[in-house]
Design a protein around this ligand. Sequence first.
Ligand code: PGA
Length: 256
Amino acid sequence: MRIPLVAGNWKMYKTAAEAGEFVQQLKTLLKDVQGVEVAVCPPFTALYAVARELAGGKVALGAQNMHWEEEGAYTGEVSPKMLKEAGCRYVILGHSERRQYFQETDQMVNKKLKAALKWGFVPIVCVGEQLAEREAGKTAAVVAGQMEKSLDGLNSEELAGVVIAYEPVWAIGTGRTAQPEDAQQVNSFIRELLAARAGRPAADKVRILYGGSVKPENIASLMAQPDIDGALVGGASLQADSFAAIVEGSRLRGRA
Ligand code: PGA
């Protein structure tokens, strides 16, 4: 059974003070929520403030990125050891904005993923095609390539503990959500890739999220799809009421 996961990716929004206030509201809204795992992924500077507010509650903490080394001369980077101490359970890896603006490659995502597993994080690995690639009919090839290289060298047990987020780049921050059936098609393709690599039992355990303009209005139709196991939410995770509504809408059922 796959428990749905809803993760809020705050990107470069909210100071530590703003984040602390936000989480207080969110905790109240989500205090009785069940049947779904919830995480917020603030900027690094807000991790401690958010961890303090979340302590002992149901909402987990995640980071938006991570370096693969434990420490070293890597100006501007943050290590797994630091994120562990800050209280993170999840870490987003290979988000399309990191790939697009910071030249992150599948090989880097692969190193980060191995480090994340070694340090006991639940990694959320993002894959997804650009608009031109979709229009050229290359979605499957692009996603298969990203999966192949990002997940290289992981055994079945490790793969079973990874979360994949399918985020078509053209749907991120654009208000243009993929049709639930189109998202389902790619998510089910991702599960088949996982099954070919790690076997059916492992593939059936993996939570495959959808991300890209998820809102309270479209979460139910996305979650009605058999291979959409939750959401990675950007813009709509920045307001406590809309994020809570998405969490509520994704809680409908566990996955067989
Ligand atoms: P969005 O972002 O919900 O604002 O489209 C999703 C993401 O980037 O993870």
